[in-house]
Ligand binder design. Structure first.
Ligand SMILES: NC(=O)c1ccc[n+]([C@@H]2O[C@H](COP(=O)([O-])OP(=O)(O)OC[C@H]3O[C@@H](n4cnc5c(N)ncnc54)[C@H](O)[C@@H]3O)[C@@H](O)[C@H]2O)c1
Length: 267
């Protein structure tokens, strides 16, 4: 029986992809510090900084999909504890339990001060736009050191904008370039589950949007072949090619600028 542990399984990405990952001969262990009252399946209610709970949850696992974390800007102490200490605890537990593969949910915000045009020369160089982005750059560095030290297969995936569909506003915006569809997120997880090659693999987690901002070669090298396309989605809906955002805009999008001070909790 193959076993996959998903941390942060009660969140937006986790609750969307978990049902799509169910297979004959596969066990999903769903971990979150806030388990929904109506949850069904194999749940563990625990924080990712609880080492004992992680050891129990990861025993016998083949793959860990680490989604748990604060997904926006917040105070440093919270970011440090949940996103950086949490990732360290998950990777340590995965190593201790002999888990071969880990998928880390990094973010476009690890590189938000680059523009799409910059990615040609700097495809993976970190340039965080927030303390949140710093925590994702740290996540990637932690993935790298665990892979190099212990021969684990670790994929740090810079998730761009995970949405059911790319239309968040009435008119198409940045998501036409940054959309990651649920089906493509599942393709990424399946690629990691099947990954044999050890090492740290840093990939862009984005659909095959015709806008083509993001280098997809590193993803393809680990078997991640995204298939959805936001431009096509708008064409199908509206019958015409939508206006496209500029490649010279910062990848940060709404995470910088007025109303989004560094280190202050959103919302
Ligand atoms: N949604 C996106 O477009 C996007 C983009 C880039 C990166 N990401 C990353 O992907 C991951 C999942 O994103 P999401 O949109 O599902 O976020 P979300 O906030 O909806 O889900 C995160 C889940 O983690 C859980 N969690 C938080 N702290 C925890 C802790 N200490 N222990 C255990 N569980 C904890 C929360 O309860 C929540 O269910 C996050 O790490 C986020 O930074 C998401």
């Amino acid at each position: 029986m193959q076993s996959i542990v998903i941390t942060g399984a009660a969140g937006r990405i986790g609750r969307t992809i978990a049902p799509l990952l169910e297979r004959e001969g596969r066990r999903l262990v769903l971990l979150d510090h806030e388990v929904p009252a109506d949850a069904t399946g194999d749940w563990v209610e625990a924080t990712v900084t609880d080492r004992d709970a992680l050891a129990a949850a990861l025993a016998g696992a083949d793959t860990v999909v680490h989604l748990a974390g604060i997904p926006v800007e917040d105070e440093w102490e919270s970011i440090l504890s949940t996103n950086i200490d949490g990732t360290h605890a998950v990777l340590s537990a995965a190593h201790d339990a002999g888990v071969g593969r880990v998928l880390l949910a990094s973010s476009i915000h690890a590189a938000g001060y680059w523009s799409a045009a910059d990615l040609h020369d700097h495809p993976f160089e970190p340039r965080p736009d927030t303390l949140y982005g710093v925590s994702k750059a740290a996540m990637e560095a932690l993935g790298s050191v665990f892979a190099d030290r212990f021969g684990m297969s670790i994929v740090s995936a810079r998730i761009c904008t995970f949405l059911e569909h790319p239309a968040v506003d009435a008119v198409p915006g940045r998501t036409i370039a940054t959309w990651l569809s649920p089906a493509d997120m599942v393709r990424l997880v399946e690629a990691v589950v099947a990954l044999e090659e050890p090492g740290h693999h840093l990939v862009w987690a984005v659909s095959a949007n015709a806008q083509g901002w993001f280098p997809l070669e590193a993803g393809r090298a680990i078997g991640f072949e995204p298939q959805d396309d936001a431009v096509q989605w708008f064409l199908d809906r509206d019958g015409r090619t939508p206006d496209l955002p500029s490649r010279d805009d910062l990848l940060a999008g709404g995470f910088v600028g007025d109303g989004h001070p560094l280190g202050e909790r959103w919302g």
